[in-house]
Design a protein around this ligand. Structure first.
Ligand SMILES: NC(=O)c1ccc[n+]([C@@H]2O[C@H](COP(=O)([O-])OP(=O)(O)OC[C@H]3O[C@@H](n4cnc5c(N)ncnc54)[C@H](OP(=O)(O)O)[C@@H]3O)[C@@H](O)[C@H]2O)c1
Length: 335
């Protein structure tokens, strides 16, 4: 059946400006890292993406390595675009990244011009798009001159294959340097994408968020639920069969420690006192800073997506509540 987007799609979602740019992004963005590979039902993937769009989530985050296998999430999303979302191309922001390893070849990882630009061409082919909205350097590569990596981002934008440039997982000083190099080329750094949640506050602690704000760069906060640790699914201390900790290389049963459970229980109690769920509290916490452009969530079902997007309808977090949350903000987020 032909997809027809809901007329109500912009009624409730709120948008925030990405740094000092003209681009506005929804407070919630959908990431296709874990649930959009060939190991998941395509029907569920499609349902999640289309429901997200119907709820005003216009921003879809991909990378060459998302799957498994690598590149399959881009192919699957490309199919959804082709079959359903192509009439709405102007209304969606599609991002991709290159730089993290996708194979043993030296040309399949790192920040070289060779890898970044050839990977972007393959991403565009797999996505079936003429351009992506944001092209990212996925991680810093300390063995490649930053000028080369930045030069590749500039080329991507100048060639029209990307509208904006982004970086991800950079430290403070390298992010500042990248921002200055890009600005000198007239291609402002749009966004810095970093992990940020109650259980991983390093971008606050290390000045990464403040540095982005100073340079007019937006911040995209990924894994705001610490991959599911900031939900109630692991509170019993066991690992449900259909959860990420049961079937992902990035979260495991070893992460569900007694220490984790005791902190998560306390955070859950604070959420319940406020009349919301733990994931809703965790998302509201990430978005409490106005300079966080968007919380980049994952979802393995439409129900999770809908539940999480309801996170903004609650009273502001008080100073007292923020202090209570901080008492349990131990760094338990898996690497
Ligand atoms: N730049 C980078 O290096 C980088 C790295 C990581 C991620 N990212 C981006 O960030 C996106 C989001 O990352 P993430 O998936 O780790 O985000 P997340 O929002 O922290 O975790 C999402 C996972 O939590 C569980 N979940 C979500 N809502 C739930 C709910 N209401 N109740 C119970 N469980 C719930 C689901 O896992 P289950 O499978 O257990 O249901 C879901 O897949 C990625 O897709 C990617 O786009 C970027």
């Amino acid at each position: 059946m032909t997809f027809s987007a809901a007329d109500s799609r912009y009624d409730t979602i709120r948008f925030r400006r990405a740094g000092r740019s003209g681009l506005q992004l929804p407070e919630f963005s959908l990431g296709l890292w874990q649930n959009f590979g060939d190991n998941r039902s395509f029907t569920t993937q499609r349902d999640i993406v289309l429901r997200a769009f119907d709820l005003g989530v216009t921003h879809f985050d991909l990378a060459n390595r998302y799957g498994p296998p690598s590149r399959s999430a881009e192919k699957n999303f490309g199919r959804i675009v082709r079959e359903d979302l192509s009439p709405y191309r102007e209304e969606i922001v599609v991002t991709t990244k290159a730089g993290n390893p996708i194979g043993a070849s030296p040309y399949l990882s790192g920040g070289s011009r060779k890898h970044l630009l050839s990977s972007l061409d393959i991403s565009l082919r797999d996505l079936g798009l003429d351009y992506v909205d944001i092209f990212y350097s996925h991680s810093p590569d300390l063995n490649t001159p930053l000028e080369e990596t930045v030069g590749a981002l500039v080329s991507a934008v100048r060639s029209g294959k990307a509208l904006y440039a982004g970086i991800s997982n950079y430290g403070r000083d390298r992010a500042l340097e990248a921002a200055h190099l890009l600005a000198a080329e007239g291609v402002p750094l749009l966004v810095h994408q970093s992990r940020y949640s109650i259980l991983d506050q390093h971008i606050d602690r290390d000045g990464i968020l403040d540095a982005a704000t100073e340079t007019g760069t937006g911040t995209i906060a990924y894994s705001p639920l610490a991959q599911g640790l900031l939900t109630d699914k692991y509170l019993s201390g066991s690992v449900p069969q259909d959860s990420r900790a049961a079937d992902s290389a990035f979260l495991s049963a070893n992460d569900i420690t007694a220490d984790y459970v005791s902190h998560a229980e306390e955070l859950n109690r604070i959420a319940q006192e406020r009349g919301q769920s733990l994931p809703q509290l965790a998302l509201q916490w990430v978005l409490r800073r106005p300079d966080v452009t968007s919380a980049l969530i994952g979802a393995s079902s439409v129900a999770q997506l809908e539940h999480n997007l309801a996170a903004t309808g609650f009273a502001e977090l008080s100073t007292d509540e923020l202090a209570r949350i901080d008492a349990h903000a131990v760094d338990l987020s898996p690497r």
